[in-house]
Design a protein around this ligand. Sequence first.
Ligand code: GLA
Length: 384
Amino acid sequence: MDIRDAFISQYGETGVIKVISAPGRINMIGEHTDYNDGFVLPAAIDKYVTLVGALRNDRLVKIYSQDLDDYTQFSLDMIKPDNEHPWVNYLAGVIYLFLTRGYVLRGMSLAFTGNIPIGTGLSSSAALEVATAYLLKSLHEIEISPIEIIKLCQRAENDFVGVKCGIMDQYISCLGRGGQALLIDCRTLEAKPVPLLNHQVGLVIANTKVKHNLVESGYNQRKQECEEAVKLLSELIGERKRALRDVTIEEFAMYGHRLPELIGRRAKHVINENQRVLTGMTALTQGKFIEFGKLMIESHQSLRNLYQVSCSELDLMVDLACQVRGVYGSRMTGGGFGGCTVSLVQTEQVTEFVKFVGDGYVQRTGIKPEFYICSVVDGAELAN
Ligand code: GLA
């Protein structure tokens, strides 16, 4: 059923109905760099969360998830994390933060659906947060800038859901540009569009079907390890560094070996990955896909060996991808611990890719993977 119809069958006819969609994303390169004030290169994809809402005359927020066929409600005067309906926390967190920032809200009836597979590293969570923020903005005619929305949504996930995520996912879901990746400086929050594909090159996303849950995974632990690395490197170098972004490759070469082994690995990944993003951006701008592809593979190896956020299924998917002719590069995308890979593939080889990688993956794991051939779209700010 169309989500508008689902809304009406849930709530009956209401006042003015608004509909907002926010996209998921892939990240081409720059993984686990955002919360280190570093660089990322994501792109919004044509998979969305769509949220429908109307204002109410009371203080209740009623929410229906069409995909889970689940319903819950809460009062604007008592919002707290809900363990029974964990999905509602993405919306409730954003609503809560609007209220704490002083925006005046009325009760709402809401319903949503989506085709971003959940827990696969394609940012279904950020898309739901961003859709919620744009719906609040539109229903209540609130003046709020995209950057404020992005920060607020990130904060909602940090505080309400408990994942200490960086800003990449919310940023690209808001401000993505059709056909382009964005080089985002996660410290200044400035971004530069980078042309991503031409008619000869396509993006294939491969879903390992191994689910990750960042709330329980080692995500927050990685963040702490990076903070520890900054502290220790500042002492070793004798200069205060705000984030791993501020440590140069040369400084790391001089002092990195004096870090505890595990912390050293984490820091090395982040410092090199930042450089890979910058080199990769130049390569993509010049249409040098071979060079960019090599960086993608290096990035994956680093995430596997140094940052240790890959898993055997992701590694297998990347290995199989690299055996297909016409593949420039392949890597895990998103937080890791399962989820999806992204591969840059010559358009004429995409069918072969899906067959070869799909067959090989089923044979080795017994799991039937899914493939999505995606186009790169505008974020919620431009799309709505
Ligand atoms: C998740 C987080 C992002 C980012 C990536 C890893 O998607 O939400 O902020 O840290 O993992 O690059």
